[in-house]
Design a binder for this molecule. Structure first.
Ligand code: NDP
Length: 251
């Protein structure tokens, strides 16, 4: 039976919404984030008796070690959600930033997952969910690092699913289209400035243009998909990409 969920990058956006969803469903949630101010906001917003709040920088091995030491309830479910974005032509993309993006969104996922696998193996149960993106399936220009990391999550899940085959431990990637979170709002503002157009024009003419449905994905859809992955109906679902993109990747 699943009872304890750990979420990375849960002080904001999608991670926070998933935390809220699982708390309402009576799970115990470990809310982790690099950003202390956002973690404090989450602390003020969520019922503290149903969760623990811990700082975590997924790029730092020592931070993960401290998390493992301080966590009240070992997680049955790990949701790797922490993410950042940087948009630039490859020729102008500082290599340190390229490397850092991969550290956060690919190496960080491996590091956090590795830390909690012994517990999952010991109890012969675990659910690992990585938050990918429609950019785990298709590409857009100027996002080489983000897209390499997000594509990498699919391969990571496939390989680890094979390693874990004999255990009741699944690993899947939830791949949403654009969701209006602080990460995306920042991107909209940046593009509006660059192209000297309004933010609504960025949304209509750039961001949602390839999406048949022309609508942002709601965080509740992502949380609901994560919940489905914990249900008995998904017991044999592993190494899969679950794409929530209003038909974007069908083209
Ligand atoms: P947010 O920026 O709202 O939330 C991401 C959180 O992760 C932030 O609190 C951020 O802190 C934190 N974080 C950044 N670096 C680290 C780190 N090294 N260790 C731990 N936490 C860290 O973004 P979203 O909610 O939009 O994104 C969540 C995930 O969903 C990401 O993986 C993103 O790629 C993915 N996604 C988002 C989509 C969207 O349209 N929004 C679409 C598809 C996928 P800080 O604010 O300080 O950086």
């Amino acid at each position: 039976m699943t009872s304890s969920v750990l979420i990375t990058g849960a002080g904001s956006g999608i991670g926070l919404a998933i935390a809220e969803h699982f708390i309402k469903k009576d799970y115990f949630v470990t809310v982790t984030d690099i950003n202390e101010a956002q973690l404090q906001q989450a602390r003020n917003r969520l019922p503290n008796d149903r969760c623990q709040f811990l700082p975590l920088d997924v790029t730092q091995a020592s931070s993960v070690t401290t998390l493992v030491e301080k966590i009240q309830r070992q997680p049955d479910v790990v949701i790797n959600n922490a993410g950042i974005q940087y948009v630039a032509h490859l020729e102008e993309f500082p290599m340190e930033k390229w490397d850092f993006l991969i550290q956060v969104m690919l190496v960080g996922v491996a590091r956090v997952t590795q830390a909690f696998l012994p517990h999952m193996k010991q109890q012969n149960y675990g659910r690992i969910i990585n938050i990918g993106s429609l950019h785990s399936i298709v590409a857009s220009p100027y996002k080489t690092a983000y897209i390499a990391a997000k594509h990498g999550l699919i391969g990571f899940a496939k390989s680890l699913a094979l390693e874990l085959g004999q255990h009741d431990i699944t690993i899947n990637t939830v791949c949403p289209g654009y969701v209006k979170t602080p990460l995306v709002e920042q991107q909209i503002a940046q593009q509006a400035k660059e192209h000297q157009i309004s933010e609504q024009q960025v949304i209509d003419t750039i961001m949602l243009k390839p999406m048949p449905k022309k609508a942002f994905i709601e965080t509740s859809e992502i949380a609901g998909t994560c919940e489905f992955l914990l249900s008995p109906a998904a017991i044999n679902m592993t190494a899969q990409a679950l794409v929530l993109d209003g038909g974007w990747t069908a083209q």
